[in-house]
Design a protein around this ligand. Structure first.
Ligand code: MN
Ligand code: MN
Length: 298
């Protein structure tokens, strides 16, 4: 038995965030085409989220080919899409209650790699209910992706979503593990299989465009203090991009905050050069006999 009230305000806000996300994701997919600018796509999606009454929970991630996560356009980024595998990862929150969803738009002609992560996600969603172990979800993901002849990326996982917290317990593995934990009714979790024709492990690259507050601190430099005030006020500990800051000379201010360990960066996570990675992700509310996918297309 559960005493969780799934009609309470926090779940309603999770649902609202999920609905906004699904709308924006479905609309932005059509804007991903050869020659379009990454920055235009990211900013269009982030503005659309705000227009619909949400806030971006993190900068729209646009990861290309061997990149798996944490890439977002810089302030005056001129990159455009080529014939590539494009992963879009989008987050929305309503008063700090989150939704997180990703989709691969394949412009590279590798439909089956895209299908592998999409089908793995559906297999995972099929078995989610109160009492299922996270290791069983990982096993379902692994089986589908290996059935396609690819590897799951094993050092990226799904996760719980907390209030103003984008990554909480439990981790949802993308392979069978013996020590899983049981999901409970009312848990809000993101499940996100990644499939690759590479090694199945991502590494940190040198690029870093996404940041988050690490700790409270007092800083003397005026610009750094302004940037810190803005981050604390607008994003709390949620991830943000340099291009979101209104503070003057934000890039320099951020470098200073990073040097003092007040903010931390998220390096781009990537497979080996020349490989491809696909991803699909939904956010769910776990129920006694299944789950409610908050980010499903309507
Ligand atoms: Mn995501
Ligand atoms: Mn996620």
């Amino acid at each position: 038995m559960t005493d969780v009230d799934l009609e309470s305000e926090q779940y309603e806000k999770h649902r609202e965030a999920g609905e906004i996300l699904a709308t924006v994701r479905d609309e932005v997919v059509d804007r991903v085409e050869v020659g379009a600018r990454h920055l235009d796509v990211a900013e269009w999606a982030e503005e659309r989220i705000r227009d619909l009454g949400g806030e971006p929970a993190f900068p729209v991630n646009i990861s290309i080919d061997e990149e798996a996560a944490h890439a977002t356009p810089g302030i005056d980024d001129d990159s455009t899409f080529g014939e590539e595998m494009v992963n879009l990862d989008i987050g929305v929150h309503v008063d700090g209650w989150l939704a997180d969803s990703a989709i691969t738009v394949d412009l590279s002609g590798n439909d089956d790699l895209e299908a592998a992560s999409a089908e793995a996600l559906e297999a995972a969603l099929d078995i989610v209910e109160a009492g299922v172990e996270t290791g069983e979800i990982g096993a379902a993901v692994e089986e589908v992706i290996e059935g396609y002849g690819y590897k799951p990326v094993v050092n990226l996982t799904g996760h719980g979503l907390g209030h103003w917290e984008q990554h909480t317990e439990p981790n949802i593995p993308n392979r069978a593990v013996s020590q899983g934990i049981e999901l409970e009714a009312g848990d809000v979790v993101a499940i996100e299989p990644f499939a690759t024709n590479g090694s199945g492990k991502v590494q940190e690259g040198s690029a870093e465009e996404i940041f988050a507050l690490e700790r409270e601190a007092s800083v003397r430099n005026r610009q750094a203090r302004q940037a810190l005030d803005e981050v604390t006020e607008r994003f709390k500990t949620l991830p943000f991009a340099t291009r979101w800051l209104e503070t003057d000379r934000a890039e320099m201010a951020l470098r200073r905050l990073k040097r003092n360990d007040v903010v931390h960066g998220y390096p781009v996570l990537k497979e080996d050069d020349g490989c491809l990675v696909s991803q699909k992700e939904h956010t769910v509310i776990v129920t006694e006999d299944g789950c409610e996918v908050t980010t499903r297309s309507r």
